[in-house]
Design a protein around this ligand. Sequence first.
Ligand SMILES: O=C(O)[C@H](O)[C@H](O)COP(=O)(O)O
Ligand SMILES: [Mg+2]
Length: 309
Amino acid sequence: MSKLTTKEEYADLLSRYDAFLFDCDGVLWSGDDLIPGAKEVLSKLRSSGKQVVFVTNNASKSRRSYKGKFDKMGIEASESEIISSSYAAAVYLKDVLKMPADRKVYVLGMDGIEEELNAVGIQYCGGTDPDDNRFLPALDFSSLQSEEAIDPSVGAVLCGFDMHMSYIKLAKAFKHITRPGAEGPVEAGKKGGGCHFILTNDDSTFPAKGGPWPGAGSLSAPLIFASKRKPTIVGKPHQPMLDTIESIYNLDKPRTLFIGDRLDTDIAFANNGGIDSLLVLTGISTVEDCDKQGIHPKYVLDSIGNLNV
Ligand SMILES: O=C(O)[C@H](O)[C@H](O)COP(=O)(O)O
Ligand SMILES: [Mg+2]
């Protein structure tokens, strides 16, 4: 692990790689505050003919709405260069799990997940539905007894970052993934039985202004604790996210660099995937965390803004 500190080291790094995979939160921005120099480095990479891909565990937005954020930040990005965990989860349900067209996904999350499920033609319920985001009278479970409330056509629960977590959503998701036969196959033309349990990502905290804040992993924890089920996790550092990227981009791994702010997602993802990694110190992890967590990047840098050489 080497800390990069000189202009020569920065220039050498940029010449070593042809593809730069960027994490977003904590690397390009913190919430809606751009990291100083990030925009300039990205345009410099592009003008030098480098490939740029954005890989974010943030499931709060779809790729389309992420493109809107990039545009607002003045950063060039095409929708196809943005691989969000909401997109990767929708692709996983569609192409890997082959979700039957007549089965629904129950969503613990926001419109980013809903938009990506829509984009691949998968039906969903829950999520931002006002009926699932209301207060329940204390210990009154009467509205959760019907098939309208706990829809047996649900064949998967998908949990991601959700700033409107509610007991109703937790209770409905819990019922879906613990019903009789829930760990069995999800079949077309049937109701009940198998129900997949998937997380977009399991980041414990979220790097934004005034942060850290509870992240997606802290929002799915109550469901895992209550159900005792082990979910499939799509986002970094887990394999489905790498599979999604590799299905789109033919990466020359020795010439690819992953840049992230979090050891247990970004750097672990790169290390698992056989890709060199660069930890920036503008987000969640610190240099001291590397030994504490036993996760070591190839390089450490204060900020991607340093690469403005
Ligand atoms: O809690 C979350 O969802 C994550 O902290 C957030 O999405 C991280 O996004 P990333 O750093 O992967 O862009
Ligand atoms: Mg990050």
